[in-house]
Design a protein around this ligand. Structure first.
Ligand SMILES: *[C@@H]1O[C@H](CO)[C@@H](O)[C@H](O)[C@H]1NC(C)=O
Ligand SMILES: *[C@@H]1O[C@H](CO)[C@@H](O)[C@H](O)[C@H]1NC(C)=O
Ligand SMILES: *[C@@H]1O[C@H](CO)[C@@H](O)[C@H](O)[C@H]1NC(C)=O
Ligand SMILES: *[C@@H]1O[C@H](CO)[C@@H](O)[C@H](O)[C@H]1NC(C)=O
Length: 433
C-alpha cells in the first residue's frame, strides 16, 4: 500500500480567492535521474513572484524554482527539479513563497526501481480540436487508473503556430493529465520548422517543456531536441526528425554512439521515436518512401534504417500523418518483410509478432489533428491502418512481451460513444542472441 505524504492544506483555501499569480499549466517530466522529477508551470504577470518554490513530500522539502523563460503573454515560466524521491506517492504544490499563493495539492508516483511490467501512452499531432478534446478526455480517464508510468507526445503538440493563446489553451486542456503523470515530448514540424511553426522555430517548445539532457548543447542549437533515456528495462531514444540527421551530422553521430552504448543485458529493449516516419503507407504529401524530402533533411529510411538494423532497434514510434498504422517487422527498405513471425490470436486472441526480423513501425499521429484524406495503397509491409482519432497504450507484461493497443475515440469527429480498442498486437522477443 502506497502512503501519501500529506501537506498542510491551508494554502488551498487561499487559492479560490486569489486568481492573480495563481500557478497554471503545471506539468511533470522525467529527468535522467530516476529519483528526480522535473516540474514546470506558469504564473500570470499581475503578481510578481521573486521566490517561486515547489513544496513536496514532507512539508519541509522545498525546492526553489528558476525562471525558464517568458511566454509571449508575459506569463513567467518556472521550472524546478524535485530530488530524493523514492517509490512512494509524492504530494506537491507549486507557487510563490512570498505571497503564499500555491496550487492545489497534486500527487504523482515517482519511478519504482523494480518491477517487470509497466505501460505508457503514446501519440502525436494533437492541437486543441474537438477530436483532441475527446482524446484527452478518454486518456485522462485511463490515466486515472494509475496504470501508466508516463505519456509520450511525439511532436506537433499544440499547433499554436505563433499564437501563444493556443499554447495556453492546450496546456489548460492537458494540465489535469500532466500534473500527475510525467509528460515527455519530442518536437514535430509544427513546433520546429520556420514556416510550419508560424515562425516559432521551436522556441516556445523549448521554453515550455524541460526534457532530460536537453542542455547537451548550449543555447538553442538542435542538440536540445534529441535525447535518450532509460526507463526500467527499455532504452528510449527520441530523435528530432526535423533537424539534420543524415550521415555525418551531429544527430547521426550522437544516435550511433547512443545505440552502440546500450547495455542490452540491462535494457534488452530499444524503442526509438521521432515525429516523421521511416514507414507509413499514406500517399499524403511527400510521405512516399521514394521521396527524398520525407524528412526535411533527406530520406529518413536511407539514412537511419541501416543504423536501426545494425543495432537491433525493436520498435519505432512515429506520428506526422494524422492516422494510425502498424507494419510487420520490416527491413532493408521493405525488401525484407517478416510475416512468418506472426502467430495469429495469441493467448488473449491478439496476434503476436514473435522474434520478428526487422523493426516494427507504428504511426501514431491520430490524437486530434484533422485527417488528411489521402490514399492508402496497402503495401505488403503494412499490417493495419485506420483514419480514426485516439491514442495508443503500450504495456509491457514482462521483460519479453509488450502489447500495443490503439484506443480509438470512435465516431466521425472523434466524439464517439466511448473508447474502444481498434487494433492490438503483441511484440515478443524471447530469443535474443
Ligand atoms: C508584455 O509586456 C510588455 C511590456 O510591459 C507589453 O508591452 C506587452 O503588451 C505585453 N504583452 C502581452 C501579450 O500582454
Ligand atoms: C522519449 O523519451 C522520453 C523520456 O525521456 C520517454 O518518456 C519517451 O517514451 C521517449 N519516446 C519514445 C517512444 O522513445
Ligand atoms: C527504397 O524504396 C523506394 C520504393 O521502392 C525506392 O523508391 C527508393 O529508391 C529506395 N531507396 C533506396 C535508398 O534504395
Ligand atoms: C510474458 O508475458 C506474456 C504475455 O502475458 C506471456 O505469454 C509470457 O509467458 C510471459 N513470459 C514470461 C517469461 O513470463
Amino acid at each position: 500500500m502506497k502512503l501519501l505524504a500529506l501537506l498542510p492544506a491551508a494554502s488551498a483555501v487561499l487559492l479560490s480567492e486569489a486568481p492573480a499569480g495563481t500557478p497554471g499549466q503545471v506539468h511533470l517530466a522525467y529527468t535522467s535521474d530516476p529519483t528526480s522529477m522535473s516540474i514546470t508551470w506558469t504564473a500570470r504577470p499581475d503578481t510578481p513572484c521573486t521566490k517561486p518554490v515547489v513544496r513536496y513530500g514532507d512539508s519541509d522539502d522545498v525546492v526553489a524554482a528558476s525562471t525558464l523563460g517568458y511566454a509571449t503573454t508575459n506569463d513567467t515560466i518556472f521550472t524546478a527539479t524535485m530530488t530524493g524521491l523514492d517509490g512512494d506517492a509524492v504530494c506537491y504544490q507549486v507557487g510563490c513563497s512570498e505571497t503564499d499563493q500555491f496550487s492545489d495539492s497534486e500527487t504523482f508516483f515517482p519511478l519504482p526501481t523494480d518491477g517487470d511490467s509497466f505501460a505508457f501512452i503514446a501519440f502525436g499531432d494533437m492541437g486543441v480540436s474537438t477530436a483532441a478534446k475527446s482524446t484527452v478526455a478518454n486518456m485522462a480517464a485511463d490515466l486515472a487508473k494509475n496504470e501508466y508510468d508516463f505519456v509520450l507526445h511525439n511532436g506537433d503538440i499544440s499547433y499554436a503556430r505563433g499564437d501563444d493563446g493556443i499554447w495556453d489553451e492546450w496546456f489548460d486542456l492537458l494540465q489535469p493529465a500532466m500534473q500527475s503523470t510525467p509528460y515527455m515530448v519530442t518536437p514535430g514540424n509544427h513546433d520546429l520548422l520556420h514556416s510550419d511553426s508560424g515562425g516559432e522555430d521551436g522556441i516556445p517548445y523549448s521554453l515550455r517543456f524541460a526534457m532530460p539532457d536537453t542542455t547537451l548543447g548550449d543555447g538553442l542549437g538542435d542538440e536540445r531536441l534529441y535525447y535518450s533515456w532509460v526507463h526500467r528495462f527499455v532504452t528510449f531514444i527520441n530523435l528530432s526528425t526535423d533537424s539534420d540527421y543524415a550521415e555525418g551530422t551531429d544527430q547521426y553521430e550522437w544516435l550511433e554512439k547512443t545505440l552502440a552504448s546500450v547495455d542490452r543485458e540491462k535494457t534488452p529493449w530499444v524503442i526509438v521515436s521521432g515525429h516523421k516516419n521511416l514507414y507509413c503507407s499514406s500517399t499524403y504529401g511527400s510521405n512516399d518512401r521514394s521521396s527524398t524530402t520525407r524528412g526535411d533533411a533527406g530520406d529518413l529510411t536511407k539514412e537511419l534504417e541501416p543504423l536501426f538494423e545494425k543495432y537491433g532497434v525493436d520498435i519505432y514510434i512515429g506520428a506526422h500523418i494524422h492516422a494510425y498504422e502498424r507494419t510487420y517487422p520490416v527491413a532493408k527498405n521493405a525488401t525484407a518483410v517478416d510475416k512468418d513471425c506472426v502467430e495469429e490470436g495469441g493467448e488473449d486472441g491478439v496476434d503476436v509478432y514473435r522474434n520478428g526480423e526487422g523493426v516494427v513501425y507504428f504511426v501514431l499521429g491520430m490524437s486530434g489533428a484533422g485527417h488528411l484524406g489521402e490514399e492508402w495503397p496497402d503495401p505488403e509491409w503494412s499490417a493495419v491502418h485506420a483514419e480514426e482519432y485516439g491514442y495508443a497504450a503500450l504495456s509491457f507484461a514482462n521483460r519479453t512481451s509488450v502489447k500495443l493497443e490503439f484506443v480509438a475515440n470512435g465516431g466521425e469527429e472523434g466524439q464517439g460513444d466511448g473508447p474502444l480498442v481498434r487494433d492490438s498486437v503483441w511484440v515478443v522477443k524471447d530469443q535474443r542472441e
